[in-house]
Write a protein that binds this ligand. Structure first.
Ligand code: GAF
Length: 387
């Protein structure tokens, strides 16, 4: 943390009031289900974004990032959809949305140290939003970080910042993960009513690790493809006369598909309904210690995302195919897709061999250099200092 504190002092002339942090995430399963009122199963990553901050008694936001190396100033009253138009929307948007929700929030001096890989589909944006939300809650006495209900309010404010200010029409999984995840547990998130529970997730007991591979293939959620999938789901729900696709039970799927006008819409709906069912199948398999079944469900999920939802890409498919061919129990893309990262369930002794097999496969296919690293389930947004 010395860089962060030194930079804060050199820019703002004093030590910060405190430092907060929030994690990135990988989703074990339950992809593109959150905006359909469905289930998801993320874990928090050990990689976190740090936010050193001090409260101001005016309405100015002064924002600096170690990675960007530049500073931006914006007044809270000037924050609006599309403004600011760069990464600082994820900071300013959080302050704006908490104020819109009626909280008495003023300006901030902020330095960000983002240690969640950027553009890797690992929710660096939610980590940034949630680290700022944690800081704002404590600096302005909102007392939201202390309770589960308060954390849900912060997660919703972060999602609004992303939807309304940054213009990315995402669901709420990533922010909920950053606010609610627990060490050595996955978060079973029910996006219909916002409830969640913690499912033990400690692969070391099984001689396994979760290997994340950042494909380095570009990935952006504010572009049209993510929104197009969301629109398709809303259109299908309207045709089927339900509020969200969560209302379609697996045994009613065939009937529902028969009432949809085209094959593309049928495939989108089939992914969502079967994927929601796979979440509880993974939860059951984890509770029973049946990791082979978890691996099989990973692969089924990936095939569904690749063939029915059409959000995978060459790089993600290559990671999954290579990992499975080299003995992983299962693998799948994670997050929004169109690039970003994949996860694989791998025997501890096989990690190095699998990582180099993936790197070699990318080299042979003339693709960029992927980054593989193993992760454990970590904790949620919190204060780092003063302790
Ligand atoms: C991205 C979005 F931000 C999430 O809300 C979720 O929809 C995910 O893609 C797909 O499951 O991470």
């Amino acid at each position: 943390m010395p860089d962060l504190l030194e930079t804060f002092a050199s820019i703002f002339g004093s030590a910060p009031d405190g430092v907060w942090s929030a994690p990135g995430r990988v989703n074990l399963i339950g992809e593109h289900t959150d905006y359909n009122g469905g289930l998801a199963l993320p874990i928090a990553l050990p990689q976190r974004t740090l936010c050193a901050a001090s409260a101001r008694d005016d309405d100015l936001l002064r924002i600096h990032s170690l990675q960007e190396g530049s500073s931006v100033e914006v007044r809270i009253d000037d924050v609006a959809p599309g403004h600011p138009g760069d990464w600082t929307a994820y900071v300013a948007g959080v302050v704006w949305s908490l104020r819109e929700a009626g909280y008495a929030v003023r300006g901030l001096d902020v330095v960000i140290d983002g240690r969640v890989p950027l553009g890797a589909g690992l929710s660096s944006s939610a980590a940034l939003e949630c680290s700022v939300a944690a800081a704002v809650s404590e600096l302005f006495g909102l007392d939201l970080l202390e309770t589960r209900a308060g954390r849900s309010i912060l997660a919703e404010a972060c999602q609004r910042a992303e939807n309304d200010v940054a213009g990315a029409p995402t669901g709420g999984m990533d922010q909920a993960a950053a606010m609610h995840c627990r060490e050595a547990h996955a978060l079973r998130l029910d996006c219909r009513d916002g409830t969640h529970s913690h499912v033990p997730f400690d692969l070391s007991a099984h001689g396994l690790v979760l290997l994340v591979t950042d494909t380095r293939a570009s990935h952006a959620l504010a572009d049209g493809q993510y929104g197009a999938r969301r629109d398709a789901c809303e259109r299908a729900a309207e045709i089927l006369g339900v509020e969200t696709l969560r209302e379609i039970a697996p045994d009613a799927l065939e009937g529902a598909l028969g009432r949809l006008p085209d094959d593309e819409l049928r495939r989108r709906v089939r992914h969502v309904v079967t994927e929601i069912a796979r979440v509880d199948a993974v939860v059951d398999a984890l509770r029973e210690g049946d990791l082979a079944e978890v691996g099989r469900l990973f692969v089924t999920s990936h095939e569904s995302l690749r063939d029915d939802y059409e959000v995978s890409c060459t790089e993600l498919d290559l990671v999954v195919d290579t990992a499975v061919a080299e003995g992983a129990l299962g693998a799948r893309m994670t997050g929004g897709g169109f690039g970003g990262s994949a996860i694989a369930l791998v025997r501890t002794d096989d990690v190095d061999r699998l990582s180099s097999a993936i790197a070699t496969a990318f080299e042979n296919a003339n693709l960029g250099v992927p980054q593989s690293f193993s992760v454990t389930a970590s904790g949620s947004a919190d204060r780092v200092s003063p302790e």
